[in-house]
Design a protein around this ligand. Structure first.
Ligand code: DGT
Ligand code: CA
Ligand code: CA
Ligand code: ZN
Length: 588
């Protein structure tokens, strides 16, 4: 296990012990231990473990050191497994409700006997929760709202999480002898930000060995269906997966059908009917005459297609990338041959919104630069939090200047091929002014301006606040437009159209925050915004080296928003981006 994974386990141990009502000193030993190793560089940590000296760290005693060593060597810890098994699962689930921490959950368990979300919901409805010391009406209301949102969302999953489950399934399917072709379909293939269930389409010579493999993989919790051509399973973590097996000749049609979306399919079927054809998962056949579509699929008059390109071509269309298949004008564009070449992951040359351990990131400046270099990036922008983001250990002025010096030294050292730019994720204060004075901002290569406070402002106040920040000539780009957290928290209310107009008018870019939890600004707004001249920066908002890879999720949303390389500034090579940045500074 890596350092960060071990820190996560220690932090979770602390939480579980707290839920069990353990002695606060023991709890703190684990959460403190997690922080202590998080603060180390990877190299330092590995060295200490290798030399058996991890217990020389402040805050890490002998017992904790033994656990860290075991996790590092084996990736497992018996103590942790037993602890997890000994805590009521309902209590752990309650942690997901906003505003409920371990202390409150222990109080609810101890004083009201609440051990699950349904228990909690009925206690809130009876007013018993509000009556508890330290709770009150407001807290009870907030808990109820949290439960309602959880219910509304619990059946969906983040794209990133779903993809991590799905990728090894596709890989495993392709490795089976009976399988000729295997692809992901559904919303996952379309790159939607959240996923209901996973869909797989397979062309295979035999069904049984494929279903045997699919239903008995590790991680399968329950086989919910197994028929002649379709099997469904429920995985650990709750996500469902459907696998359909079709004859090879039908593969392209089935893949197209089950990729969807429904809206896209309805329009495609209508287009086929207009041409006297019937399109379905089975194939493309004459709409008139006897027999079902399935019976006609192999018969006279059917149109064959090797791949999806052939399906589209048979209806007079150029290929439509899966991300565009939302029934939002893609068919008209394909008819005119006007599907743009969408931006691709390989087009990105760097990114601007990334944190280091100077604020709330987990990796040092040098580690982040090394990771960017490993990705082949030509540049990496560092934008740590500003001083008002105290919860995120935001930097005061002297620390910003110190970091500017460190970045300058790092670039001068020639140690990395990746050029590092110094920036800040500068808080937009409640009145729309920025967290730092102009003189300080002028020392930086760029400024990302973001909202991190006073989320409850009225829409008009919030919109004016953001526009005031955009009009500040020091601002290069706007961070996460709405502050939403997918499946967790709605964004604050803001008039996106007005903000986009202001950004275009002031030559300020808006980021597409590529964190799988955010994907903000939403893809649905990008097509029109880009047509109005808005520039996009796809930023991972990385808080550790691994999260630079989040740009992959951002590319999905950018493609769903019809963005091309020309719309995305961080596809520019180093020389180009230097010119772009100095052009922005020229406004000042
Ligand atoms: P999800 O799973 O909720 O994130 O969304 P999808 O798009 O993956 O939907 P899913 O899994 O229900 O079905 C996969 C695709 O199959 C869907 O995008 C289009 C196609 N499909 C399924 N049911 C229907 C239907 O009733 N009508 C049409 N036209 N297509 C359907
Ligand atoms: Ca699906
Ligand atoms: Ca499905
Ligand atoms: Zn932020």
């Amino acid at each position: 296990m890596t350092k960060n994974e071990i820190a996560d386990v220690l932090a979770e141990i602390g939480t579980l012990m707290e839920l069990k009502g353990e002695n606060p000193f023991k709890v703190r030993a684990y959460s403190g231990g997690a922080r202590a190793i998080e603060a180390l560089e990877n190299g330092e940590f590995e060295k200490l473990v290798r030399e058996g000296k991890i217990d020389t760290l402040k805050g890490i005693g002998e017992a904790l050191a033994a656990k860290i060593t075991e996790l590092h060597a084996t990736g497992r810890l018996e103590f942790f497994d037993k602890l997890k098994a000994s805590v009521e699962p309902g209590l752990v689930e309650m942690l997901r409700i906003p505003g409920l921490g371990p202390k409150k959950i222990v109080a609810l368990r101890g004083q009201l006997g609440i051990a699950s979300i349904p228990d909690l919901e009925s206690a809130c409805r009876d007013g018993r929760v509000a009556a508890l010391a330290g709770f009150g009406d407001k807290t009870q209301e907030k808990i109820l709202a949290g439960i309602r949102n959880g219910e509304a969302y619990s059946r969906r999953h983040l794209w990133w999480d779903a993809y991590e489950v799905a990728a090894p399934i596709v890989e495993g399917l392709r490795a089976l002898g009976a399988v000729r072709r295997a692809e992901m379909a559904g919303s996952l293939r379309r790159g939607l930000e959240t996923i209901g269930d996973l869909d797989f389409i397979v062309a295979a010579d035999e069904v049984a060995p494929v279903f045997d493999w699919f239903t008995s993989r590790p991680g399968v919790k329950e086989v919910t269906a197994r028929g002649d051509t379709k099997a469904s399973v429920r995985m650990e973590g709750g996500i469902q997966a459907d696998l359909r097996i079709v004859p090879a000749a039908q593969f392209a049609f089935a893949l197209h059908h089950f990729t969807g979306s429904k809206d896209h399919n309805v329009l495609m079927r209508q287009r086929a009917l207009d041409r006297g054809l019937s399109l379905s998962e089975w194939g493309l056949v004459p709409a008139v005459g006897e027999g079902t579509a399935k019976e006609k699929a192999g018969a006279k008059g059917h149109v064959s297609a090797e791949d999806e390109k052939g399906v589209f071509a048979a209806l007079g269309l150029s290929f439509i990338p899966p991300e565009l298949r939302e029934g939002l004008g893609e068919i008209e564009a394909a008819e005119k041959g006007e599907i743009p070449r969408l931006v691709e992951l390989g087009d990105l040359r760097g990114a601007f919104h990334n944190h280091t351990s100077a604020s709330d990131g987990r990796n040092t400046l040098a580690e982040m630069a090394g990771a960017a270099q490993a990705l082949g990036w030509e540049y990496l922008g560092i934008a740590d939090h500003s001083k008002s983001s105290r919860q995120a250990n935001g930097l005061v002025e002297e620390r910003v200047l110190k970091q500017v010096g460190e970045i300058g030294a790092l670039n001068a050292s020639g140690g990395f091929k990746t050029r590092v730019f110094s920036g800040t994720e500068c808080d937009i204060l409640p009145d729309g002014s920025l967290d730092f004075e102009d003189a300080l901002l002028a020392r930086l290569d760029y400024v990302v301006a973001s909202i991190h406070s006073s989320f409850g402002q009225d829409e008009s106040v919030m919109t004016a606040r953001i526009i005031r920040a955009i009009e500040n000539p020091r601002v290069t780009m706007l961070g996460h437009l709405t502050g939403r957290l997918l499946l967790e928290r709605e964004g604050y209310r803001v008039d996106a159209g007005k903000v986009i107009d202001a950004a275009v008018a002031n030559g300020v870019a808006i980021e597409l925050n590529a964190s799988p939890y955010r994907l903000d600004m939403d893809w649905r707004l990008w097509r029109r915004a880009a047509a109005r001249g808005l520039e996009c920066s796809i930023n991972p908002d990385a808080h550790d080296t691994a999260s630079l890879a989040y740009v992959r999720a951002g590319i999905n949303s950018a493609r769903k928003g019809w963005l091309t390389r020309e719309n995305v500034v961080n596809t520019l090579p180093l020389k180009g981006i230097e010119g772009w940045l100095s052009g922005k500074r020229g406004r000042r």
